[in-house]
Design a protein around this ligand. Structure first.
Ligand SMILES: O=C(CO)[C@H](O)[C@H](O)COP(=O)(O)O
Length: 228
């Protein structure tokens, strides 16, 4: 992995009444600028929480030039995901546990101009999806049970990261490995050492006094741990 670590602040931990300003806070210049903004779409069915949907994403896209990394924690993503791609989201990630035909969906998302991601919950084995990973641009490994920010990092999922990393580095796969849940100054190094490319961080960024500085610090820590 030659590129610098990507940091994607999760607006799940932002003030929802000030989303535009909260994204501005990580849209500065240089090291304080986030690489992507992670948008958690939750429907209160696939996960026990309700956040935001396509109309809010459409508004955010008008407000920022940062790439939106839309993580759909919803039932029936086969029906809803394409709208996010058509709206202009950079990545649209669906859950392996929720999608009926995730490979067809990935093809449709790419045809609509987005990067296609597959996400797996902590208890979902990567082995069940190895044959189809070539169809995706990102693999989002959940390191907490999806639904809420501020949970503790589940280190067991790093074995899935290591497996994916090996397959990418040996040329068997071409995707970015992303991790989401419990990423902070105490956990980011082990994730970086395991081979993560993109780190989603909610409370570690929006719970910090200066979200931009938190982005820079996390990126530097990950780069050091990964030897970049
Ligand atoms: O998808 C998520 C939860 O389902 C969030 O993106 C994630 O938990 C980020 O929050 P934190 O960094 O505080 O764990």
């Amino acid at each position: 992995m030659a590129h610098r670590p990507l940091i994607a602040p999760s607006i799940l931990s932002a003030d929802f009444a000030r989303l535009g300003a909260e994204i501005e806070a990580v849209a500065g210049h240089g090291e304080t600028r986030a690489d992507w903004v992670h948008v958690d779409v939750m429907d209160a069915h696939f996960v026990p929480n309700l956040t935001l949907g396509l109309p809010v994403v459409q508004s955010l896209l008008k407000h920022t030039d940062l790439p939106l990394d839309c993580h759909l924690m919803i039932e029936d993503p086969d029906r809803w995901a394409i709208g996010y791609a058509e709206a202009g989201a950079h990545n649209v990630t669906v859950h392996a546990e929720a999608a009926g035909d995730p490979v067809k969906l990935a093809k449709d998302l790419r045809a609509a101009g987005a990067k296609a991601g597959l996400s797996i919950k902590p208890g979902t084995p990567l082995e069940d999806h190895l044959d189809t990973l070539k169809h995706y641009d990102t693999l989002l490994v959940m390191s907490v049970e999806p639904g809420f920010g501020g949970q503790s990092f589940i280190a067991d999922v790093l074995e899935k990261v290591r497996t994916a990393r090996r397959l990418v580095d040996t040329g068997h796969l071409k995707l970015l490995v992303e991790i989401d849940g419990g990423i902070n100054a105490d956990t980011i190094e082990q994730a970086a050492e395991a081979g993560v490319d993109c780190f989603v961080a909610g409370s570690a960024v929006y719970g910090a006094g200066d979200p931009g500085k938190a982005v820079a610090a996390l990126r530097e820590q990950a780069a050091r741990a990964a030897g970049r």
